[in-house]
Design a protein around this ligand. Structure first.
Ligand code: AGP
Length: 616
């Protein structure tokens, strides 16, 4: 995800900003840029696609005399990966440079307004709209008056809808840096005769541990020796500072011991990001701009074939349950590696959908190419903008989960579940699902980040359970219908990072074989959230217990299982049927994480595994 750094102070700005950008690299990015303002009021702008090291090589650091500057690492959202789309962006008349994290939702409207007022645009980004809007207001006021810099920004930020973390330079004030935020992190490090603005503490802690956390809709107006904070209307009278006690290394992961844990905890925000822009104005359905062009085909579709690997394959299996249930379209789910060689007979009106977090998994890419070779339309669901799979598909949906660093997929998996649920409702509403059912889903979708937050509070309970179970060498994970893919995902997580033999199974199938494994040495996780079929699950639980198997039950509070004898009961919040799998995933992610920790495994880099599997 994008990163911001800004500096004004006694040091040369360029080396510090480049160093900060390198500290933000772990977040993932595709291009980077730096903008410097020298004392003679000239901007120096360098942007490049690729690594910060190539940006560093693109100019002579020794020659730079600036003490004020801004930098950015971009993870493409609006517009492809290119130098023109990289930040900083310069305003039309050259007064301002700006870096931005977030999304300006009403950028089209503002862009049209600015075009009518003679502004030109050189990138495909929403950010360029913001820098020009600030300039527009600046030119309406008393140019070259310091207060006008602040007021123009206040006005522009009042005009925009969306999220932002920004750092801005104005050519007329070489020692001034302005920063503002709304739903995008930004903090200000306070040094002696210097200030550092960053979206992440990692870029600040090498220089100072004293920081101010900017609040939403606040603006920091900074010079070498002065920091003032304003709202969008007035000045704030008091500023609260905090001390960061993390090492630079810890700062990248925040307070979390591992990226995997951080990524599990990021899920409320990730799901909010994934759903952003996909909810219809009448709140009765979802929509997908990226695949709208295939709309007519959706009406004629008689089959969807999903292809993926690993966790993404589990997300596809969930799609099968949901799309068949809500849209009545037959769905098949294929391992990408099997599909490409299988030569499956497909009818003319089949749509192929490939799902891949990295967008680079070779098996999935080859399955996609094979399908296209045969003339099928292919849509992609991926997390990485501009990845090979994103480029090769006819249309697609981005997950917006942010970079996933832990090898075990967590937030990317739940964001895929969120997209497949939204897709099921979208297709359902194009066919027979009614308005009321659509609104019930959208309401549940909007409440979901809150419910994920509640589910995250179960971590302490699950870590205690892991204490009791970490010496077991095998587990069964059992679920029915929409909980079956989650049982598979749970087993994969435990295998991957705790190196424990684990098997996911449809619960009723257990008696056709796996029950032979059940004993006091093999505990079973049972995932069940549907009241109507709970009595059946109860019988299966009794079959396990009759063979001395311990049972860890993941369920919802409305299911009357209090009297039932199970060793452990984990209660997750109730949500819409299509979204319940997302909440059920969180306890099993925590379980795998804490088991791995107790078994002293390398959580973020499990043995033999790679984050992106680009070999067959
Ligand atoms: C998940 O925890 C795994 N590391 C793995 O199964 C992964 O989901 C699989 O390799 C597919 O990756 P992709 O989503 O990047 O295509």
């Amino acid at each position: 995800m994008c990163g911001i750094i800004g500096y004004t102070g006694f040091r040369p700005a360029a080396p510090l900003i480049l160093d900060g950008l390198q500290r933000l690299e772990y977040r993932g990015y595709d291009s980077a840029g730096i903008g410097l303002l020298d004392p003679s009021r000239e901007f120096e702008l360098h942007r490049s696609v690729g690594r910060v090291t190539s940006l560093r090589e693109s100019f002579d650091l020794e020659k730079s005399t600036s003490h004020t500057g801004i930098g950015h690492t971009r993870w493409a959202t609006h517009g492809k990966v290119s130098t023109e789309n990289a930040h900083p962006h310069k305003s039309h008349y050259g007064h301002f440079l700006l870096v931005h994290n977030g999304v300006v939702e009403n950028f089209k409207k503002i862009k049209n307004f600015l075009l009518e007022h003679g502004y030109s645009f050189y990138s495909e980004t929403d950010t360029e709209v913001l820098v020009n809007l600030i300039e527009f207001h600046y030119r309406q006021g008393q140019v070259a008056e310091l207060a006008n810099f602040l007021q123009a920004t206040q006005k522009a930020l009042q005009d925009i809808q969306g999220t932002y973390g920004i750092a801005v330079l104005c050519r007329d004030f070489p020692d001034r840096l302005l920063a503002a935020k709304n739903s995008s992190p930004l903090l200000i490090g306070i040094g002696e005769q210097e200030y550092i603005v960053a979206s992440d503490a990692a870029a600040i802690v090498p220089y100072t541990s004293r920081v101010v956390y900017l609040q939403d809709r606040e603006i920091a107006f900074i010079s070498h020796d002065e920091l003032d904070i304003y709202t969008l209307q007035t000045k704030k009278t008091s500023i609260t500072t905090h001390l960061i006690d993390w090492s630079p290394e810890e700062a990248q992961r925040g307070r979390y011991e591992h990226y995997m844990l951080k990524e599990i905890h990021e899920q409320p925000q990730v799901i909010a990001n994934t759903m952003r822009g996909h909810i219809s104005d009448d709140l009765s359905t979802t929509h997908f701009g990226g695949i709208a062009a295939l709309l007519t085909q959706f009406h004629r579709l008689d089959r969807i074939v999903f292809c993926a690997c690993g966790s993404a394959w589990h997300a596809c299996l969930e799609a099968e349950y949901l799309i068949e249930h809500y849209a009545r379209i037959p769905v098949e789910v294929e391992y990408a590696s099997e599909f490409r060689y299988r030569n499956a007979p497909l009818s003319k009106n089949t749509l192929i959908a490939v799902v891949s977090q990295s967008g680079e998994t070779l098996d999935t890419l080859e399955a996609l190419l094979e399908a296209r070779r045969k003339g099928y339309s292919v849509i992609g669901i991926t997390n990485v903008v501009g990845s090979s799979i994103a480029r090769e598909t006819d249309a697609g949906v981005y997950q917006h989960a942010g970079p996933e660093i832990g090898v075990a997929s967590t937030k990317a998996f739940t964001s895929q579940l969120c997209i497949t649920a939204m897709l099921a409702i979208y297709l359902g509403r194009l066919r027979q699902m009614d308005y009321t059912d659509g609104t019930a889903f959208i309401q549940a979708l909007q409440e979901l980040p809150k419910k994920i937050e509640e589910t995250l509070l179960l971590e302490a309970q699950i870590s205690e359970i892991a204490q009791r179970y970490h010496h077991y060498e095998q587990f069964l994970f059992l679920g029915r219908q929409t909980m079956y893919p989650i049982a598979l995902e749970a087993a994969l997580k435990l295998k991957e990072i705790a190196y424990i033999q684990a098997q996911g199974y449809p619960i009723a199938e257990m008696k056709h074989g796996p029950i032979a494994l059940v004993s006091e040495h093999c505990p079973s996780f049972v995932l069940e959230t549907q009241a109507a079929i709970f009595p059946k699950t109860l019988s299966n639980i009794q079959e396990i217990r009759a063979r001395h198997g311990k049972v860890i039950l993941v369920t919802t509070s409305d299911i009357p299982s209090e009297d039932m004898e199970v060793e452990e009961r984990i209660t997750i919040p109730r949500t819409h049927h299509a979204l319940q799998p997302i909440l059920a995933t969180i306890p099993v992610q925590f379980f795998a994480y804490h088991m791995a920790l107790l078994r002293h495994c390398d959580v973020d880099k499990p043995r033999n595994l790679a984050k992106s599997v680009t070999v067959e």
